[in-house]
Design a protein around this ligand. Sequence first.
Ligand code: ATP
Length: 324
Amino acid sequence: MIILGLEGTAHTIGASVINDEGEILSDVRKVFTTEEGGLIPNIVAKHHIQEGPKVIEEAIKEADIKEKDIELISFSQGPGLPLSLAVCKNLARDLSKKLKKPLIGANHICGHLEIGKLLTKAKDPVFVFTSGANTQIIAYEGKKYRIFGECLSIALGNALDKFGREIGLGFPAGPKIESLAKEGEYVKLPYVVKGMDVEFSGILTKSINMFKQGVKKEDLCYSLQETFFSMLAEVTERALAHCDKKEVLLIGGVAANQRFCEMLEIMCKERGAKFYAVPMKYSGDQAAMIAWQGYLEYKNGRRIENNFDIKPGWRIDQVEVNWI
Ligand code: ATP
């Protein structure tokens, strides 16, 4: 079976063609970026309206197939920015009508988890999911993906991006913070783990204030990373023990951070667990994961509901898992 996936939950509009063996035949993405300032939803949506048809065309060309070869269209139904989701849904619905091929709506977070498993061969890990808008420690327990710990306010990627914005790094700031951190030294910041949850917002405010008071940005970048990542390593270690699992899989855009990988790897080694990180190319938002997720659900009998709509607040523990 040939599946076309469409991703459009936030800054990225992407299209990917895969087959039912999980082979990625094409993966085309256009990411909305800015030199300064953040994501303005209606400007991002305009970007997706403009680029959407082009990424679909390119993905079909790159996969070396004809439009009529597509047998299933899967799109990211949520969670995400409503305007971005609506653009993606419309593109998918129109293509499905045009080709008279079935449509399925995939949960973006399940997509991240399942492509991580597909590409790393991890079987039943504790997932550390850290992207722009999400920070969750997730594991499959009792026939559902359940959230064992999460951020109480701002998520890890957004916290890094917000700090970057305040110190003039533009968007996305994560990679720039990672490279500045290499020249920094530790300055004391608060450390806030509440039960199994983490709270980044107070630490962020404190760091911004310290920057305004003249603390070097390299030192703040280093200390922010050490603090945020340690908090998550602590919660992940407890989730491993609680669920009695033997694997950790890091997914989401912040998985590109080498220092974060290193810290989780050390923790895993000490517990006799195996650490995996999704390959960098697939750590951020892309449509291959949406195509694979849609296919897994479709193969196991799921069909899109009548009068379907976008699901901006769709949590992973609300998804009925029919494919494991
Ligand atoms: P979501 O998937 O939750 O909708 P998103 O689309 O913004 O959010 P991703 O594309 O998965 O998320 O990841 C983007 C985030 O990853 C940004 O916040 C970015 O700053 C961060 N990021 C990317 N590379 C790095 C890095 N090397 N170090 C730290 N953070 C990084």
